[in-house]
Design a protein around this ligand. Structure first.
Ligand code: ADP
Length: 473
């Protein structure tokens, strides 16, 4: 099997094939028109040349000039109606008679091409009357010259055909090559960029491909690549940031654990000291577990593997449950949780995940609010959507932080309550859960006045279905 041809060669072959076929058809047509035209001219010449001799014969049938004639390029014969040869010029060879064949039935001029020992000839069979008799005058002329002209013309056409093919191949090679050059450049630049991606030491930007003309196909391809590179760049950076943040978050509880364990085993301690240190260890382990579980949930969500156990439920009930769980924490800070526009809100979703989602928002609201404030929790039902709102009178979030608060480990403000550390994953998990339910999360906030988190759920999900797996974008 032949190896696959490259694009340039394939295009060259295609161009040559198309031009070759078109030129062949054109040359064949021109050649056949040329051949027909010169034959028609020869036929006309024969008839013209026959006229004077035929006029003589008609005037005086007894006159026998023909047998005296020995023209170099014209042979003359006279037949009677039955096909008997009456007369012929000297240069007519004996076999000519037979080669002419039977006389035509009709009384019109007939032309025939005859092959002979000295090459082919063209003959005109012309009927004429003399003495009330129908005779046939045959005038023939060798076609050697015509054939020679035809061959010359055919050779010229063939030469033109070959030349046009060579020219087409050269133009195609040049044109396809220059058309592909930007793509070759792109490929080389993209390959160079791939090297930088796979280079673990390289931490800078991926760079971008040159865009010579943004309106042509190559420019659009380069733009698409650049958008892709930007996206990959952002993801790579995000991943690096994530790994460094995750290790940082894990390092803190781990170093506390190491310190406390060292403190315990360093020397004999009192039972009270054992108890208080173990309580610290338990707290740190709980924080570690929360972070690891959060990371697991997010990695499942990233892989589209977050399994939802969807069931028919009422969002107001799940929210009520979450408020109940959050209530002791709120009470400790003298914070009131007030329900607004409480409505029955049927929905199909994963109860445990939805409870976790509401708890994240409620616990954040408590965490970032000063004591003796109020948290308003509301449910609204629109035609196609449901909205759950958690509004607090807390510290608020500055505008420059708002676009980032759903990123992993992002913190707009230091955690005011070290014990309830969620590791900066709370809102990222909340976003993953709402997306798994085909909803969205929004936040509006003003520093010093408070924040409002809105959860939008699609109303069509109120028709519950059996357990299913939701894929996250
Ligand atoms: P964590 O609360 O563990 O830091 P989150 O992902 O839950 O992580 O929140 C990310 C950041 O968003 C928080 O660090 C905080 O700065 C800000 N934030 C979240 N909720 C609120 C809120 N209700 N009021 C003010 N800031 C908030």
């Amino acid at each position: 099997m032949l190896p696959p041809l490259n694009f340039r060669l394939r295009m060259m072959l295609l161009f040559c094939f198309v031009v070759g076929v078109l030129m062949a058809i054109t040359c064949a047509t021109v050649y056949s028109i040329f051949a027909k035209t010169i034959q028609a001219e020869l036929d006309l010449d024969l008839v013209h040349a026959a006229k004077p001799t035929m006029a003589d014969l008609s005037a005086d049938p007894q006159k026998d000039d023909i047998s005296e004639l020995n023209l170099q390029d014209q042979m003359l014969l006279v037949f009677d109606q039955s096909g008997r040869l009456l007369n012929r010029s000297k240069n007519v060879d004996p076999g000519m008679n037979a080669r002419i064949g039977p006389l035509p039935e009709s009384r019109s001029v007939v032309f025939r091409s005859l092959d002979g020992p000295h090459g082919s000839v063209r003959a005109a069979l012309i009927p004429f009357e003399t003495d009330h008799r129908l005779l046939w005058f045959v005038i023939a002329q060798p076609t050697t010259e015509i054939q020679y002209s035809e061959w010359r013309f055919r050779d010229t056409l063939f030469g033109i055909w070959v030349l046009s093919l060579l020219l087409t191949a050269a133009i195609a090679a040049w044109y396809v090559g220059s058309a592909l050059r930007p793509i070759t450049d792109l490929t080389q630049r993209a390959a160079a960029l791939t090297e930088t991606i796979s280079d673990p030491i390289q931490t800078g930007r991926l760079g971008s491909l040159p865009v010579t003309n943004p309106n042509d196909e190559v420019g659009q391809l380069a733009n698409t690549f650049n958008a892709l590179f930007d996206r990959v760049d952002a993801i790579v950076r995000q991943m690096r940031q994530f790994v460094s943040d995750a290790s940082h978050e894990l390092r803190t509880p781990l170093s506390v654990l190491r310190g406390e364990t060292h403190y315990l085993i360093e020397q004999e301690r009192s039972p009270q000291e054992y108890q208080s240190t173990l309580r610290i260890i338990e707290g740190e382990l709980a924080a570690l577990t929360r972070i690891v579980e959060g990371l697991f949930t997010l990695s499942m969500a990233d892989a589209g593997q977050l399994r939802l156990s969807v069931e028919p439920l009422y969002l107001d009930e799940v929210l009520e449950e979450a408020c109940g769980i959050a209530a002791p924490g709120a009470r400790r800070k003298n914070i009131r949780i007030e329900r607004l526009g409480w409505r029955e809100a049927p929905f199909a979703g994963d109860q445990a995940l939805l409870r976790q989602l509401f708890l994240i928002l409620l616990e954040n609201a408590i965490k970032y609010s000063p004591p003796a404030t109020t948290i308003h929790v509301g449910i609204e039902i629109f035609e196609t959507r449901l909205r759950v709102t958690v509004r607090d009178q807390g510290i608020g979030i500055a505008a420059e932080h708002l676009p980032h608060i759903f990123e992993r480990f992002y913190r707009a403000a230091p955690d005011p309550n070290e014990e309830s550390r969620s590791g900066g994953l709370g809102l990222a998990i909340a976003q993953a859960i709402i997306r798994a339910h085909h909803g969205t999360i929004e936040c509006t906030s003003k520093v010093g006045e408070g924040s409002a988190f809105s959860l939008w759920f699609p109303a069509e999900s109120t028709t519950p279905s059996a357990e299913r797996v939701h894929t996250l974008a």
